[in-house]
Design a protein around this ligand. Structure first.
Ligand SMILES: C[S@@+](CC[C@H](N)C(=O)[O-])C[C@H]1O[C@@H](n2cnc3c(N)ncnc32)[C@H](O)[C@@H]1O
Length: 304
């Protein structure tokens, strides 16, 4: 809870440090306020972000259409039912309804394990997730293989949500905020590391085997994306991979268009490139129930 208070103080009680990494999209979404209730974030005056809904009898009933459609997708797309089981368990511990983003997390893991099956039983691998929303994917991965180290990189204001899910899912885990070069030393000893995007250059001081970005580059400025690629390339592991799932192109509120093809892929080895069928639409609770995203999503798995 100490870290929760620290992040709350740094990002809600006073002005956040440099907002240069915050695109116009998150300047709008991120400036709403929040309080801590019993040590956990409580969003005030807005519906939250992402697809996460707190579970209750009322919400379970209200989300019946989504839950039914998700069930059908599980049967069609999720081959490894272990992933589904652990993901549902994380949602239960976090008191979240298993909805679109949770299913997406399962399918991302399934995609990644096709390229790196050894991750399931690896003893000392580190995975860094850039912009995990509510920290679902990171906590799914940690539950799947407790020997993995997970690093969450997120805007300070949003990192508090990754942390809340982590505390609820793994209350005994060793966690650490990495905020300067010194704190990167001995970082391997922790189960989870938390890194404010405002300090994203610290990625270069960490040993990371796999980076994951799921629908969050599409909401950043191209300059920030280019810096992320630079920091990932310069990070300390000798062999490192990147799984990227983002919109083919998307316009930010300030008019800037972010295109997947314009990310600095340079001379990376492309191991898989596809347009995942399961990530082209999402479910809602009223007719027409299935909505196409505003544009195509693409996924790419590379080795730097
Ligand atoms: C649309 S949400 C995606 C959440 C999750 N990955 C998913 O698939 O549902 C975008 C996420 O990117 C984060 N984000 C925005 N700008 C960022 C930045 N510069 N660095 C890291 N994360 C950022 C947001 O805080 C949020 O967690």
């Amino acid at each position: 809870m100490e870290l929760m208070n620290e992040l709350y103080k740094r990002h809600y009680k006073q002005d956040s440090p440099s907002l240069s990494v915050t695109s116009s999209h998150w300047k709008i979404g991120g400036e709403k306020n929040l309080s801590l209730v019993n040590g956990f974030p409580n969003i005030l005056g807005m519906g939250g972000f992402g697809d996460v809904i707190q579970a209750s009898v009322f919400q379970s009933f209200k989300n019946l259409p989504i839950r039914t459609l998700i069930k059908k997708s599980e049967i069609t797309y999720v081959k490894d039912k272990t992933i589904l089981r652990i993901a549902k368990n994380v949602c239960k511990k976090s008191n979240f309804i298993f909805r679109n983003d949770a299913l997406k997390g399962c399918l991302v893991i399934q995609d990644i394990l096709k390229q790196l099956p050894e991750l399931k039983n690896a003893k000392d691998k580190t995975i860094c997730i850039i912009g995990d929303g509510y920290g679902l994917l990171g906590n799914f991965l940690k539950s799947l293989n407790p020997n993995l180290q997970i690093i969450f990189v997120n805007l300070g204001k949003q990192l508090i949500f990754d942390l809340a899910t982590t505390i609820k899912t793994s209350p005994k885990a060793q966690i650490k905020l990495v905020s300067n070069v010194d704190s990167c030393k001995n970082a391997k000893e922790n189960d989870f590391l938390f890194l404010e995007a405002e300090n994203y250059q610290l990625i270069e001081n960490l040993e990371i085997d796999l980076f994951i970005n799921v629908v969050s580059f599409q909401e950043m400025n191209l300059e920030v994306i280019k810096n992320y690629f630079k920091h990932m390339r310069n990070s300390k592991a000798s062999k490192k991979y990147f799984y990227c799932l983002n919109r083919d192109s998307k316009m930010l509120p300030d008019g800037q268009i972010i295109r997947f093809d314009e990310y600095p892929w340079e001379n990376s080895v492309i191991m898989k490139d596809e347009i995942p069928k399961w990530c082209q639409n999402y479910f809602i609770n009223r007719p027409p129930f299935v909505i196409d995203y505003d544009g195509l999503h693409r996924s790419r798995f590379i080795r730097f």
